[in-house]
Design a protein around this ligand. Structure first.
Ligand SMILES: [Zn+2]
Length: 228
């Protein structure tokens, strides 16, 4: 029945690429092959001193860090992130997580990873959105790499909306927003901390600081997008 309904919907509203709005082929989901190929990869994983590494250097210990795609509000990639977060297409996160995972896996980027931990979202925000897109990104990376996911962090404290704050206020506002949900899962393990976009790095920094209280063996940082 579900297939019949989907079939009818596909005739009435044929699925289109979220980037170019061209019709998708039978096997394509959310983004056509041409657009997927031309999304702006950073290649940061090939550079141990890449700009994302520099963003965190000296602040907390980590092994590798990369954002897989360049992110800016007017880039083609931004429409995918926007639809994933705000237009109820969390499965775009699974897709892009799989793409990043599959492309990074052969490079050894995950060599120090035992467990994938998504950056959590505050309960109330997740209820109003219906999902945490980062859980879906983590699931996609897991599909591509075979590495398990554990929601070992939680976000018990609501934090103020970030956009109206200065950088200093934003950093201060992030303090203590996360907590360890599963100490035993983290202790002694190599953790891949996953988030959607790295802008100032404040979210990853706060999440990593919290992770470190549970004594992981190593931390690797991965976001789908990174601002220049
Ligand atoms: Zn397209």
């Amino acid at each position: 029945m579900k297939t019949i309904i989907k079939g009818l919907l596909d005739v009435l509203y044929p699925p289109v690429c979220h980037v170019c709005e061209g019709a998708l082929a039978e096997h394509e989901r959310f983004v056509c092959r041409r657009c997927l190929e031309r999304l702006p990869r950073t290649g940061y994983h090939r550079n141990p001193d890449n700009p994302m590494v520099e963003r965190f250097a000296g602040q907390f210990p980590f092994t590798h860090a990369t954002g897989h795609f360049f992110y800016s509000r007017d880039s083609d990639f931004a429409s995918l992130i926007h639809d994933m977060k705000y237009r109820h297409f969390p499965a775009i996160g699974n897709l892009l997580g799989r793409v990043a995972g599959a492309e990074l896996f052969p490079t050894g980027f995950f060599a120090d990873v035992d467990l994938i931990v998504p950056v959590p979202m505050h309960f109330l925000k997740q209820v109003s959105r219906g999902y945490n897109q980062t859980d879906h990104i983590a699931a996609g990376v897991s599909d591509a790499t075979g590495l398990p996911v554990a929601k070992a962090l939680c976000a018990p404290r609501h934090h103020r909306t970030q956009t109206a704050l200065s950088r200093e206020q934003r950093l201060a506002n992030m303090d203590n927003r996360f907590a360890v949900a599963d100490h035993d899962a983290i202790a002694g393990q190599g953790i891949l901390l996953v988030d959607d976009i790295c802008t100032t790095g404040a979210t990853l920094r706060a999440a990593a600081d919290t992770l470190l209280t549970a004594n992981p063996r190593a931390i690797t940082l991965l976001t789908l997008g990174v601002t220049i």
